[in-house]
Design a protein around this ligand. Structure first.
Ligand code: ATP
Ligand code: MG
Length: 484
C-alpha cells in the first residue's frame, strides 16, 4: 500500500511550483496569487482511488495555467514599477533623446539586417536556375543541334575543369542567341552582355553588378559615423574600385556555388569585341582574371566575340595558355538554311534557294529576308537591298588613305575570288604592311578567322559586290588599254 502511495505522489504537481517564490522579488504581492486561487486544486496525498487515477492530469494542467498567469502578472507588475521609476527621466530632454537614439539605432539595425539578408538572397539567386534571359519567345528558331551540344559542354564544365573558353564567329551568325538559349536552361551561369556604351571600368562593373544583383552592403549609422571619423569598425566602408568589389563578390558567390554543387560556375562575357575596340586594357584584365579563376578552379569564363580584334587580342597574350575550348559559330549550311526557310517557315524551295544565294546562310540575314518576304517584298527586291548595303561598305572603303583600296584591296579581292580564301601571311604580303592589312580588315570587307588564320570575305553580300567591283575594275583597265 505504501509503495502504491509513493508512486501516486510522484505523479502530482509539486507545491513549490505553485509558490514560485524563488523567482519573485520580495516586493511582489504574493498574497494575491495564493494556492487557494487555483480553481479546484486539492492536494491530497491519499484519498480515494478514483481521484488518484484521474486528478493528476487535471491538476498538472491547472498548475501549468497558473504558472503562466503568475509569470504574466510578474511582468506586468515589474513593467509598471519600471515605468513609474523611469517616467520622470524619460520625460526629461535627455531621456527623450535617449529613447529616440535607442529606437533609431534599433530600427536602423533591423532594417540593415533585413536589407543585407535580402541582398544575400539576391546574390545567390543570380547563379540559380534560369537567371540567364531566354531569347524572345514566339519565334521559330533555326535548329542548330550540334553546336548547341558543344555549347552545353562548354557551359556545364566538370568539377576539375581549369581552362577558360571562347565562342567566336562572324557578326550575325547567332552566337548570342545560341549562348542564351543554352544557358537559360542551366544553373550556375552568370551572363553579362557588354553594352556599346559600357566599356569603361565603372560602366562594365555596373553591368556585371546588375547581372549579379550586387549592391554595396547596407550599414548601421554608427558604423558610418565611426568610419567617417577614421575609427575602424567591424563593417568599414568598401572604398576599393567598384570593379574589384563586384568581382570579389562574384568570387565569393562562385565559391558558395562550387561548395554546394561541386561544379565551378560559369561567367559568360558576351560582345567582348566591344571591349577590344573601346577598352583593350580592360579585356586584358578580364583575361587575367579568367586565367587565375580557372587555375584556382573557382569559376570558368567564356568570352563571346565576333571575329576580328577581340579573339586576336586574346590569342596574342601569354594568358592564352589557359584557353581551352574554342567554339566557332559558322553560317548555316545550305541544307540547314533551306530547312529553316522551307520546313520551318513554309517558303517555296526556289525562293529559299534564291535567298540562300545572296545571304550565304548567315542567320541574321536569313531572318531579315524572311521578315521582308512575309511583308510582301519580292525576293529580287530583297537581294537588291542586301547588295546596296554591301556597296555602301565598298564606297566607304574607297575613301581609304593613299589609294589603298585601288592599289591593294582590289587585287586582294581578285585573289580571294579565285581562291575562296587566302592565308594571313599572303594577305599581309599583298597589303604591303601589317598596318595596311589591319586597316583593310577594319573596313569590313575582309575577315580574319583567328583559328584557321585564313582571310575570307566578311559575308556573302560583300563577296557578290566584290565580284562587281573587281569586274568593273577589269573592264575599266581593258577600256583604258584599248584607248591607249
Ligand atoms: N537559330 C536562330 N533562328 C532564327 N533566328 C536567329 C537564330 N539565331 C539568331 N537569330 C537571329 O539572328 C540575329 C543575329 O543573332 P545574334 O545576335 O544571336 O548573332 P550574333 O552572332 O550574336 O551577332 P553579333 O556578332 O552582332 O553579336 C538576331 O536577330 C537573332 O534573332
Ligand atoms: Mg552577339
Amino acid at each position: 500500500m505504501m509503495t502504491f502511495r509513493a508512486i501516486q505522489i510522484s505523479r502530482y504537481a509539486s507545491r513549490s511550483l505553485f509558490l514560485s517564490t524563488h523567482a519573485v522579488g520580495s516586493a511582489f504581492p504574493h498574497a494575491k496569487f495564493r494556492l487557494s486561487a487555483v480553481p479546484g486544486a486539492v492536494f491530497h496525498q491519499g484519498g480515494s482511488r478514483s481521484f488518484a487515477s484521474h486528478a493528476p492530469k487535471a491538476s498538472e494542467i491547472l498548475s501549468a495555467v497558473y504558472r503562466v498567469r503568475l509569470r504574466i502578472a510578474q511582468w506586468v507588475w515589474y513593467g509598471n514599477l519600471l515605468f513609474t521609476k523611469l517616467k520622470p527621466i524619460l520625460l526629461s530632454n535627455s531621456g527623450a533623446s535617449l529613447i529616440g537614439l535607442t529606437l533609431g539605432t534599433g530600427s536602423n539595425l533591423i532594417y540593415a539586417s533585413y536589407v543585407n539578408c535580402k541582398r544575400e538572397q539576391g546574390l545567390q539567386s543570380a547563379l540559380a536556375l534560369g537567371s540567364v534571359p531566354d531569347v524572345e519567345g514566339g519565334r521559330v528558331l533555326a535548329e542548330r543541334k550540334e553546336i548547341k551540344e558543344a555549347l552545353t559542354t562548354l557551359l556545364q564544365p566538370a568539377s576539375d575543369h581549369s581552362q577558360y573558353g571562347m565562342v567566336i564567329g562572324s557578326q550575325g551568325t547567332g552566337k548570342t542567341t545560341l549562348v542564351r538559349q543554352v544557358a537559360h536552361n542551366h544553373a550556375g551561369i552568370l551572363y553579362v552582355n557588354i553594352q556599346p556604351s559600357g566599356v569603361t571600368e565603372q560602366e562594365f562593373a555596373e553591368t556585371v553588378a546588375k547581372a549579379l544583383h550586387f549592391f554595396p552592403r547596407s550599414r548601421v549609422w554608427f558604423n558610418i559615423v565611426l568610419s567617417q571619423l577614421g575609427i575602424v569598425t567591424h563593417d568599414v566602408e568598401d572604398k576599393r574600385k567598384y570593379l574589384v568589389q563586384v568581382f570579389d563578390e562574384f568570387t565569393r558567390q562562385a565559391k558558395i556555388y562550387r561548395q554546394k554543387t561541386n561544379r565551378p560556375p560559369v561567367l559568360v562575357l558576351d560582345n567582348v569585341n566591344r571591349l577590344a575596340a573601346g577598352n583593350p586594357g580592360l579585356l586584358n584584365i578580364l583575361q587575367d582574371i579568367a586565367k587565375d579563376a580557372a587555375d584556382d578552379g573557382i569559376f570558368i569564363t567564356v568570352f563571346v566575340a565576333s571575329e576580328g580584334q577581340a579573339p586576336l587580342q586574346i590569342l596574342g597574350r601569354s594568358a592564352q595558355s589557359r584557353l581551352g575550348r574554342v567554339i566557332v559559330v559558322k553560317d548555316l549550311t545550305k541544307e540547314e538554311a533551306l530547312r529553316y526557310l522551307c520546313h520551318q517557315h513554309g517558303k517555296h524551295r526556289d525562293i529559299a534557294e534564291a535567298v540562300y544565294d545572296f545571304t550565304g546562310g548567315r542567320i541574321a540575314y536569313l531572318k531579315s529576308a524572311l521578315t521582308q518576304l512575309n511583308s510582301g517584298i519580292p525576293v529580287l527586291g530583297i537581294r537588291q537591298q542586301f547588295l546596296d548595303t554591301g556597296r555602301d561598305v565598298f564606297t566607304k572603303a574607297k575613301c581609304m588613305p593613299d589609294d589603298e583600296f585601288k592599289l591593294v584591296a582590289i587585287p586582294l579581292a581578285r585573289k580571294m575570288l579565285l581562291a575562296g580564301a587566302i592565308s594571313r601571311e599572303d594577305f599581309e604580303e599583298g597589303a604591303g604592311s601589317q598596318t595596311t592589312a589591319k586597316r583593310l580588315l577594319a573596313v569590313n570587307i575582309f575577315t580574319l578567322s583567328p583559328y584557321s588564320e585564313l582571310v575570307v570575305f566578311d559575308s556573302k553580300p560583300i563577296q557578290l559586290v566584290a565580284q562587281e567591283v573587281v569586274g568593273n575594275a577589269a573592264q575599266r583597265r581593258r577600256s583604258w588599254l584599248w584607248l591607249w
